[in-house]
Design a protein around this ligand. Structure first.
Ligand code: SAM
Ligand code: SF4
Length: 341
């Protein structure tokens, strides 16, 4: 039963049209209820259904909205760190592995070995790669398909060339990213691959579905998601597009469904925690299972449910990322936090 539920959560995370890393979507009333009930069955308190592995802290871009600029610098994750987590996950059933925290995963020269190991441990494991697309060459795309990667999310940000330079903080030709995406889509078709290709933009001023590049991406088999910048735990307030209206605070799903291992092996309850304020353990010292059931995780859940004030989850108080994500709790399950900013 647990295996089936974990397999279902994989579908929800990487194969469903409803989700890109469980990101925000508007639900209808009945879908919302079904989503809330269904998602709660997918919570696995022994081992998270999704684990983020920060394959690299290094990056080839300098995006001004990205909390990486404010994070301690670092390099690539060692395969041995990831193996420890992947080996443990195999005892619990299918697990979805994402590949980033604050960096460009394709910069880690050993990325194919990470993915080979994940799928080698269990073909039911899921892999989701989020990339800025610059290194997504034809060779890389072929490898991703060959390694059965489930999902590639390309952060394109905008269709506008001059605006693109502002968003990524570099003078890089957006044409390279467009042609990388089209090549991946062409290979997906030619090789009859099930790889899901998501193009993620953050466009406010245009109707993206009237944009000719967007129409072409969709025609070629991509999903195009229009996302919102958030303040990443309060560290990029000036970029946040999340409406700051006073509304009821509902729990963020992170402490129930997922956590992230940084390039060093430290584990945080939250993927936007750029200074590891919400550190719950270290996989180089402890088992992942112990970390996921540690008192800190239990405290984080209580704080998010409003049973106690934010104390361990101090950065969550000023964070608005949670608003960008669906609420899978019914009101009767949580108290209202009156003091969040
Ligand atoms: C931190 S990046 C790492 C992966 C890769 N370097 C990339 O850019 O896709 C992961 C995702 O977070 C998004 N991101 C970064 N800062 C953000 C913010 N303030 N609000 C919303 N999304 C953000 C990026 O656009 C990207 O899609
Ligand atoms: S969003 Fe991605 S590409 Fe941009 S700086 Fe952050 S990690 Fe690098």
């Amino acid at each position: 039963m647990r295996f089936i539920l974990r397999l279902l959560s994989k579908r929800l995370i990487v194969n469903s049209k409803l989700s890109t890393g469980l990101s925000s979507k508007r639900f209808s009333f009945f879908k919302d209820i079904a989503y809330k009930v269904g998602t709660q069955f997918l919570v696995d308190k022994k081992f998270p259904v999704q684990v983020g592995l920060e394959l690299s802290r290094a990056c080839n871009f300098d995006c001004p909205f990205c909390s990486r600029l404010d994070a301690p610098s670092g390099n690539h994750m060692d395969l041995s760190v990831a193996k420890k987590v992947i080996d443990e996950a195999a005892k619990h059933g299918p697990t979805v592995f994402t590949s980033h925290m604050w960096g460009e995963p394709l910069l880690n020269p050993k990325w194919p070995e990470f993915y080979r190991y994940i799928k080698g441990k269990s073909r039911f494991n899921g892999i989701s790669l989020t990339t800025n697309g610059y290194l997504l060459t034809e060779e890389v795309s072929r490898k991703l398909i060959d390694l059965n990667v489930d999902e590639v999310v390309i952060s394109l940000h905008t269709f506008n060339e001059s605006e693109y330079h502002v968003r990524i903080g570099k003078n890089i030709d957006i044409g390279i990213i467009f042609s990388n995406i089209f090549k991946l889509l062409e290979l997906k078709k030619c090789l009859k691959s099930n790889i899901k290709v998501v193009v993620k933009v953050f466009e406010r001023d245009i109707n993206i579905f009237e944009n000719e590049k967007c129409i072409e991406f969709i025609k070629q088999g991509a999903y195009v998601e229009n996302d919102f910048y958030d303040n990443s735990g309060g560290s990029t307030n000036e970029w946040s597009e999340v409406k700051n209206n006073k509304e009821e605070r509902y729990p963020c799903f992170h402490p129930w469904l997922t956590c992230t291992v940084n390039f060093k092996g430290e584990v945080s309850i939250c993927c936007v925690d750029n200074k590891m304020d919400l550190k719950i353990g270290d996989v180089t010292r402890d088992s992942f299972e112990n970390i996921w059931s540690s008192p800190k995780v239990i405290i984080a859940r209580k704080e998010h449910l409003g049973e106690t004030e934010f104390d361990f989850c101090k950065i969550c108080e000023g964070c608005d990322s949670w608003k960008n994500k669906p609420n899978f709790f019914f009101k009767s399950q949580y108290k209202i936090h009156n003091n969040y900013k």
